[in-house]
Design a protein around this ligand. Structure first.
Ligand code: GUN
Length: 308
């Protein structure tokens, strides 16, 4: 079997196109576009790429995107002061602080920052008020990556209700909210993590398998039931040529791409899973574009709610 590839680019383009009339109507009504403040601290190369893509997609959809950069040497107080300024601004409807923050900011810094963002502007859905509402099934702003995964499933005609969904990873950003959204759609949900005994055996009982652990190619064919849907949330930059050659083979287009750039983003799912799964999201071009599309939707929703 060769898995059907679920085209995240195409699905994200549909969602972004469907947001356009709302953005235009808001802009006409409010006399200004919906505003999104993005805060990037330091110079993490992966974050640079994600943020560049978010800024471009926002601009292309007619949002006003205000990128605020702080140096890696900034203190947590500097960052909290910036968040307070964006909270008080009339032009910023949404605020996103890109994680991870520099390690020097200390353990727990990201949570302190997410706690400080006005919940009505929390387009990431990470504030405890929004997390609580998500658990109760009444969230207004839902985390972008998990809600993007639900869009991929829905728009690809993959049923969720009554199916067994296994989520590998229990992060606040993806694993936990992903499990909640699947539960709200009437899936039976299992959450696995590093201490789960027989992880491949548990994963192989999934109709829908979500890999969100950040370990390149960790999920091999033995984790996957024939015909299952596999969603790959991993995006780990790999700069070891040997790893890329082992995964994709000599002469593969992926190895050629690696040779050009010196590094390659690799998902959590091993390429051989394509021989077993029924449907699969690629990396890149799977979940990533959805994360951005849902961020734009959340920004519009936040702007509309604030304008009421
Ligand atoms: N880092 C990786 N994914 C995300 C995300 O969705 N939001 C933020 N703020 N940081 C991230």
């Amino acid at each position: 079997m060769t898995a059907r590839l679920l085209d995240g680019q195409a699905i994200a383009a549909e969602i972004r196109a469907s947001a356009l009339p709302g953005v235009q109507a808001f802009t006409a009504r409010a006399g200004r576009p919906p505003g999104l403040g993005i805060v990037l601290v330091g110079d993490n190369p992966a974050s640079e790429v994600y943020v560049r893509n978010k800024v471009k997609a926002g601009n292309d959809t007619g949002l006003w995107v205000d990128l605020q950069r702080l140096p890696a040497t900034a203190s947590l107080d500097d960052l909290l002061a910036l968040v307070a300024r964006l909270n008080a601004s009339d032009r910023h409807d949404g605020i996103l602080v890109q994680s991870p923050l520099p390690a020097a900011m200390g353990k727990g810094a990201a949570q302190r920052v997410f706690d400080a963002i006005d919940p009505d502007k929390d387009v990431d859905g990470f504030h405890p008020v929004n997390v609580g509402k998500l658990v109760q099934g009444r969230a207004h702003l839902k985390p972008c990556t998990p809600s993007g995964v639900i869009e991929i499933l829905d728009r690809s005609g993959i049923a969720i209700a009554g199916r067994h969904a296994v989520v590998i990873g229990r992060s606040e950003i993806v694993g936990k909210p992903m499990a909640m959204l699947l539960l709200q759609r009437d899936a039976t949900v299992t959450i696995c993590h590093s201490k789960t005994p027989d992880l491949p055996g548990v994963a192989a009982r999934a109709d829908i398998l979500i890999a969100a652990i950040g370990r390149p190619a960790f999920v091999g064919p033995s984790f996957v039931a024939p015909g299952a849907t596999v969603i790959d949330v991993g995006t780990t930059p790999v700069s070891d040529r040997g790893v890329i050659e082992r995964l994709y083979g000599a002469g593969s287009p992926r190895l050629a791409a690696f040779e050009k750039r010196g590094s390659l983003v690799v998902g959590d799912v091993h390429p051989k899973v394509a021989d077993v799964a029924g449907a699969l999201t690629p990396v890149p071009g799977g979940v990533g574009p959805l994360t951005i599309a849902m961020l734009l939707k959340n920004t519009l929703a936040a702007a509309e709610a604030r304008a009421l």
